[in-house]
Design a protein around this ligand. Structure first.
Ligand code: SAM
Length: 208
C-alpha cells in the first residue's frame, strides 16, 4: 500500500527524534519515558520503596522508569486496555479503566496497600472529532482523580495527562479540592504541536 504523505512525514520525524534514539539506547519501550523522567526531575514525586499505580501503562516505559527508582521493595501496579509485555516487579492488569470490574480488579490487587503516587498517561484513541476526544480524556482524568481520592496516602501525588480544551479548567478546579497544590507541566519531550499537558496534584489533602 502506498504511504500517505502524513504517515511518511510522521515516520521521518520519528526517526530523527532525539528522544526516540535515546529511548532505544536506554532500553525504554517508548520515548514517553522522558516525560515522566522530566516531571520527576522537577517535582521529585518518586522515591525508593513507593507504591505506584500506572494507568494507561502500555507499552511500559513509565513502569520501566518507575521501577528503576522504587526498586525491588517498591510496588508497581500497571493497567492498560492493551497487553503489556512483563516488566520485573510490575504487576499488570489488562482492562478498560472505565469499567467498574476493572477498577475492582485493581482494588483487589492493592488489598490493604495505600498508594504514594498515581501516574496516568491514559488517552482515548484520537477520533479527530475534537469534542469527543476532549470529553474522552477528561472522563479518564476524572477517573484517575477519583481513584487517587480513594486510594492515596495523605500527601500522595498525582501526575495525569490531559488536553487543553473544554472542561480542562473544570478538571483542574476539581483536582484543587483534592490536592493541596495543583500545577501544570509541559515536558520538553512532549511534541510542540501536541495539545497534551500534564497536571500534577501535590500532597493529597487529608479528608478525615
Ligand atoms: C500514551 S500511551 C501510554 C504510554 C506509557 N505511559 C508508556 O510510557 O509506555 C496511552 C495508553 O493509554 C491506554 N488507555 C487508553 N484508554 C484507556 C482506558 N480506558 N483504560 C486503560 N488504558 C487506557 C492506551 O491503551 C495506551 O496504551
Amino acid at each position: 500500500m502506498k504511504r500517505s504523505r502524513t504517515s511518511k512525514s510522521w515516520m521521518n520525524e520519528h526517526v530523527k527524534d532525539s528522544y526516540v534514539k535515546q529511548a532505544q539506547s536506554d532500553g525504554y519501550r517508548s520515548r514517553a519515558a522522558y516525560k515522566l523522567i522530566e516531571a520527576n526531575e522537577k517535582f521529585k514525586f518518586l522515591s525508593k520503596n513507593m507504591v505506584v499505580v500506572d494507568l494507561g501503562s502500555s507499552p511500559g516505559s513509565w513502569s520501566q522508569a518507575t521501577e528503576k527508582i522504587v526498586g525491588s521493595q517498591g510496588k508497581i501496579f500497571a493497567l492498560d486496555i492493551i497487553e503489556m509485555q512483563p516488566i520485573k516487579n510490575v504487576s499488570f492488569i489488562q482492562g478498560d479503566f472505565r469499567e467498574e470490574y476493572v477498577l475492582h480488579a485493581l482494588e483487589n490487587k492493592l488489598g490493604d496497600l495505600k498508594v504514594d503516587l498515581v501516574i496516568s498517561d491514559m488517552a482515548p484513541n484520537i477520533s479527530g472529532i475534537k469534542t469527543k476526544d476532549q470529553a474522552g480524556i477528561i472522563h479518564l482524568n476524572e477517573l484517575a482523580l477519583d481513584f487517587s481520592r480513594n486510594w492515596m496516602k495523605p500527601n500522595g501525588n498525582l501526575l495525569v495527562k490531559s488536553f487543553v480544551g473544554e472542561q480542562y479548567e473544570t478538571f483542574i478546579d476539581a483536582a484543587r479540592k483534592v490536592f493541596n497544590k495543583v500545577v501544570t507541566f509541559k515536558p520538553k519531550s512532549s511534541r510542540d504541536r501536541s495539545s497534551e499537558i500534564f497536571i500534577v496534584g501535590q500532597k493529597l489533602k487529608n479528608m478525615e
